[in-house]
Design a protein around this ligand. Structure first.
Ligand code: URA
Ligand code: SF4
Length: 205
């Protein structure tokens, strides 16, 4: 595994989310900034009770500079609505802030960030957690789980269960919405994803 210097030296520990957003683009904690268009910051109220964590910006997010605006985002919007969650009330972010891809002609094909990238970018997510102090974190997929809990956590075994982050924050894991987008059994997997989001709402009380 390639290890990187990591984001720590770039992450401001004074000031709030405004400062995080203003400085994120300067980060050189790993090599992903080199080919991406921009770093994509988290979005949502800093006082949100629920923080939802995905993987990394995709092609659309990288171009537009906003989280979850592509196909996975549309699926997420639909599932949040079905679970009765207002997207404007959650803090939505990613475990890794720059898009990782491979070129195939003109197309940019998403590539899962490596363990080294996830570790390198973790200080940004940790800072967001420190500022927002959510009552509940929804972990979407293996990359977010690796960043927030560790490499041995299996989303497929523990989805929909209450878990705890190392700092004691309550969390619940589910699949990544792009897994639902690609599913062979879309209706079933959308239903299961919505069930997990409803379980998250129930945990918030
Ligand atoms: N997938 C993610 O994990 N995050 C985004 O912002 C878009 C797609
Ligand atoms: Fe920094 Fe994260 Fe971007 Fe790497 S992916 S350069 S650690 S913000």
């Amino acid at each position: 595994m390639t290890t990187y210097a990591g984001a720590e030296e770039w992450v401001p520990h004074d000031g709030g989310m405004r400062k995080v957003r203003a400085t994120l683009g300067n980060c050189r904690g790993c090599d992903l900034w080199e080919d991406a268009e921009q770093a994509v910051p988290g979005e949502g109220p800093v006082r949100a009770r629920m923080m939802v964590v995905g993987e990394t910006p995709g092609d659309h997010e990288d171009k537009e500079g906003h989280v979850f605006v592509g196909p996975a985002g549309r699926l997420l919007d639909r599932a949040l609505a079905e679970a009765g969650i207002d997207r404007s009330e959650i803090y939505l972010t990613n475990a890794v802030k720059h898009f990782r891809f491979e070129r195939d002609g003109k197309r940019r094909i998403h590539k899962t960030p490596s363990a080294g990238h996830v570790t390198a970018c973790h200080p940004w997510l940790a800072r967001e957690l420190e500022i927002v102090k959510p009552a509940l974190v929804v972990i979407m997929g293996a990359v977010a789980a690796r960043s927030l809990i560790g490499p041995s956590f299996r989303v497929t075994q523990h989805r929909g269960e209450k878990v705890e982050l190392p700092d004691g924050t309550a969390a619940i894991a589910t699949v990544h919405p792009s897994a639902v987008v690609r599913s062979q059994d879309f209706t079933r997997d959308l239903g299961l994803f919505v069930d997990d989001l409803r379980a998250a709402v129930a945990l918030l009380g």
